[in-house]
Design a protein around this ligand. Structure first.
Ligand SMILES: CC(C)(COP(=O)(O)OP(=O)(O)OC[C@H]1O[C@@H](n2cnc3c(N)ncnc32)[C@H](O)[C@@H]1OP(=O)(O)O)[C@@H](O)C(=O)NCCC(=O)NCCS
Length: 374
């Protein structure tokens, strides 16, 4: 291929992908000063003007001539807005890489550009599969990949590398027959408020209160799966992992906070939303900080979340058909939360709930159907 003459122009009428020119040097140089760019990609740091010159006059043209990298400049709103490239492709499988200039982010530019190059990889380069890779924590990139139909996300510990340092890596792919549309749900955490409490997203600053609540004797007794003792690092990992829970569609956890002080007094979650057999199911689970017990807080929290769980996805809900809730034999307070919220006692599973001392408690099952409330 001749550069730039043979570089195809790809467009969806909002975003246009074209050959880079030397006129892009300053814009590339500026974009690569961005801390996000340096954190999440493998660009040289510090990034000097000569790095941009080499990239645009050698690396990119050679990629097209030799057929090992196909890089386009992203044109949006009449200016250079980033770069997207395809790489390798041996055996019909290759990778995609991308970056958008800070002042063009959040406008859907990358999602559009990504779909255009993925189509090109399948239709023109005849690839069977495109691989997306990002360092764990690059939520912007993960969201773009999800929106463009990448799926089957896995974490490879230490799988990524930048400037001699290893990073945990996310990898997902899309195949030639796959739809370039989001697979599965990526839940948001709507704020719900009533009777003096607010259900809101967790924050890093909630960690200390989470430790207090999860080290409490009663919490430890009934939730035998919690680490013991429960450390600050456990709380931080729990809070951080909520994002992944939402992004994978698995569940949503709310911090229950006092409306006045906004201090955390508990946690309520819906989870198991990717259940293998029933995609319309969710389980409800919870714990309260010991200071907040005995005054109806959890009954209120569940009352607030039930309509959200049943509301159709198109209306911002979780589209559930059936909620289940489990309380171990003897956990009267938990069973009461289910009953006051209209759940039906649906039987007892014998010796189903592990306790700390190697014993198993009978588990009381409760369920609530969307149809019960119709
Ligand atoms: C990642 C990046 C390319 C996204 O580009 P973009 O043009 O802003 O992406 P889009 O506008 O198409 O965003 C798609 C979605 O991601 C969301 N998003 C973007 N940045 C986000 C972030 N940091 N955290 C969470 N979501 C984010 C957007 O809100 C949007 O979702 P919505 O449509 O539901 O609102 C850009 O932030 C970037 O260049 N980052 C630095 C380089 C980089 O990380 N490259 C990828 C390496 S793997």
């Amino acid at each position: 291929m001749r550069f730039p003459d043979d570089v195809p122009v790809l467009t969806d009428d909002v975003v246009t992908l074209r050959a880079h020119t030397e006129a892009d040097i300053d814009a590339v140089h500026t974009m690569c000063q961005d801390p996000e760019m340096q954190r999440w990609t493998t660009v040289p740091v510090p990034y000097r003007r000569e790095n941009a010159v080499t990239f645009l006059t050698e690396i990119v043209p050679n990629g097209w001539r030799d057929g090992g990298m196909w890089a386009w400049a992203i044109e949006y709103d009449g200016r250079y807005a980033g770069t997207v490239d395809l790489r390798d492709g041996e055996g019909g499988v290759g990778e995609v890489g991308f970056a958008v200039a800070p002042d063009a982010r959040g406008a859907g530019v990358m999602t559009r550009a990504l779909k255009l190059v993925v189509r090109y990889a399948f239709d023109v380069l005849s690839w069977d599969r495109v691989i997306w890779r990002a360092f764990v924590g690059n939520w912007g990139s993960r969201r773009v990949a999800w929106k463009a139909g990448f799926r089957g996300l896995v974490v490879v510990p230490g799988g990524g590398r930048a400037r001699g340092v290893r990073h945990d890596e996310w990898i997902a792919t899309v195949g030639r027959d796959d739809e370039l549309e989001p697979q599965g749900h990526w839940w948001a955490v709507p704020e719900l408020e009533g009777d003096g409490i607010r259900l809101r997203a967790f924050r890093a600053t909630d960690a200390k209160r989470v430790v207090e609540a999860c080290n409490d004797e009663l919490t430890q007794h009934w939730l035998a799966g919690l680490p013991s003792p429960y450390q600050l690092s456990d709380a931080e990992a729990f809070i951080e992992s909520r994002k992944d829970n939402q992004a994978s569609g698995e569940g949503v956890s709310w911090a229950i906070a006092d409306t006045e002080s906004d201090e955390l007094i508990g946690c309520v979650s819906v989870f198991d939303m990717n259940n293998r057999i029933d995609k319309t199911l969710a389980e409800v689970g919870y714990w309260l900080h010991p200071e907040a017990r005995g005054r109806g807080v959890m009954s209120t929290a569940v009352r607030l979340l039930v309509p959200q769980a049943f509301k159709p996805v198109e209306e911002g809900g979780f589209g559930r058909r059936r909620l289940v809730l489990f309380a171990a034999e003897g956990n009267t307070a938990s069973a009461r939360v289910a009953e006051v919220n209209g759940f039906t006692a649906a039987g007892v599973q014998r010796a189903a709930g592990p306790l700390r001392q190697g014993e198993y408690a009978d588990i009381h099952c409760f369920d609530l159907l969307a149809a019960d409330r119709a």
